[in-house]
Design a protein around this ligand. Structure first.
Ligand code: TPP
Ligand code: MG
Length: 420
């Protein structure tokens, strides 16, 4: 509510480096302690301010928009063009979805602190323009696979909010019947949720191979973080994907930090869109939903419709929280930096600016949508809390693909044996 009623408009901070002021200096000094500076490739990236696209023309319910000229960079390909046409209906749907996924993550944070969610838990607050932008840009039956920051994708791609929260609380209504918890969540078009850094990249490449083999019309969006980008298996996947020109978009969510360290301290080249060698890439302002949606559309056309093989899409974004619930996220970056990003580059506030300035919706209508999102999440929290724990028999289900089970399965103790 504060974001809607409060006066601060998204400020068009033209931080051409893509990094908040002061960070370069701090990062450079930390790097110099551990590695020769010469090995660090640091180039200017896209700007990452939300709310910098401008309305050009409006006819009835169609908005012709020009994305900010510093929103894309490209490597071995043309950058996406800056013009977008978008309907009022789409803008309203995007806004609602962004509010819902943020509220869902905020509810998860509270449930975790109340010890109703346990174990590992990674929130995507601050990165909503990516999941929601992609969701609205690609067909609902294209496939997405990601690492641990997966809750928004599950909710958006058919799982729904109750099934995410139920799964996190280990309840029977969870999308994996409460047996998986965070990261172990799937829908027919979302292949998880993976806890081993980078492991989903070869899996996603394999799924893309299957699409090509079956001559399916679907693309696969394989997501990974800036930390995961240094994994060997990522480069092996790049190799195979290009060798066979698979319909595979490699999507790097560069939120500038891995687990307890910054991208500059861990990557010899922080321009992740250039790291595919002969695979072209684009770098995208990951805080402006106009840019993220446009980039996802461009990538799909490149890989699926035009069959040009894989493409790397690097979204430059920011996570407001730590890596996981056990990381306060303030030991390797300053509170000021987080605060500055929240108050000047928030993706939801950026979209709010468009909605009011382009007269898509009044402040009152936006407040009503925000309340609607809050109601959806509040109701989902109550439904999930009321859901029972999974039945004990579920311990033995979903271990093997139906029909391929062995005669029996051993439990925790030698004499605890289940016969199928
Ligand atoms: C193979 C492997 N190595 C190390 C870890 C521990 N680990 C978990 S997340 C992480 C960093 C990931 O950073 P990034 O890919 O940037 O993702 P972000 O948390 O920023 O979304 C590490 C090192 C792991 N889970 N798996
Ligand atoms: Mg990261």
């Amino acid at each position: 509510m504060a974001a809607l009623s409060g006066p601060p408009r998204p400020v068009a901070v033209r931080d051409q480096t893509g990094y908040p002021a002061g960070r370069q200096q701090r990062a450079a000094s930390s790097i110099s302690r551990i590695t020769p500076l010469a090995s660090v490739c640091y180039r200017r990236g896209v700007q990452t301010s939300a709310g910098t696209s401008e309305l050009h023309e409006k006819t009835e319910d169609v908005f012709k928009v020009r994305i900010h000229e510093d929103s894309f960079k490209s490597y071995n390909c043309e950058a996406p063009d800056l013009d977008v046409e978008i309907t009022k209906e789409k803008l309203l749907a995007m806004y609602t979805d962004m509010q819902v996924v943020r509220r869902m993550e905020m509810a998860t944070d509270l449930l975790y602190k109340a010890k109703l969610v346990r174990g590992f838990c990674h929130l995507a607050i601050g990165q909503e323009a990516i999941s929601v932008g992609m969701q609205h840009a690609i067909p609902s039956d294209d496939i997405i696979i990601t690492g641990y920051r997966c809750h928004p994708f599950v909710a958006l791609r058919g799982g729904g909010v109750t099934a995410v929260l139920g799964e996190l609380m280990g309840r029977a209504c969870g999308v994996s019947i409460g047996k998986g918890g965070s990261m172990h969540m799937f829908t027919p078009t979302f292949f998880g949720g993976h806890g081993i850094v980078g492991a989903q990249v070869p899996l996603g490449t394999g799924i893309a191979f299957a699409q090509k083999y079956k001559e399916s019309p679907h693309g696969v969006f394989v997501m990974y973080g800036d930390g995961a980008a240094n994994q060997g298996q990522v480069f092996e996947s790049f190799n195979m994907a290009k060798l066979w020109d698979l319909p595979c978009v490699f999507v790097c969510e560069n939120n500038r930090y891995g687990l307890g360290t910054s991208a500059e301290r861990s990557s010899m080249n922080t321009q992740y869109y250039t790291r595919g060698d002969v695979i072209p890439g684009i770098q995208v302002n990951g805080m402006d939903i106009m840019a993220t949606a446009k980039a996802a559309q461009y990538a799909r056309k490149w890989t699926v419709e035009d069959k040009k093989g894989p493409l790397i899409v690097e979204f430059v974004t920011y996570r407001y929280g730590g890596h996981s619930m056990s990381d306060p996220g303030t030991t390797y970056r300053t509170r000021d930096e987080v605060q500055r990003m929240r108050s000047t580059q928030d993706p939801i506030r950026g979209l709010q600016r468009y909605m009011t300035e382009w007269e898509v919706a009044s402040e009152a209508e936006l407040k009503a949508l925000e309340k609607h999102a809050r109601d959806i999440v509040d109701e989902a929290v109550e439904t999930a809390k009321a859901s029972p724990l999974p039945d004990e028999k579920e311990l033995w289900t979903d271990v093997y693909y139906p029909g391929s089970e062995p005669p029996f399965l051993r439990g925790r103790e030698r004499d605890e044996v289940h016969r199928y």
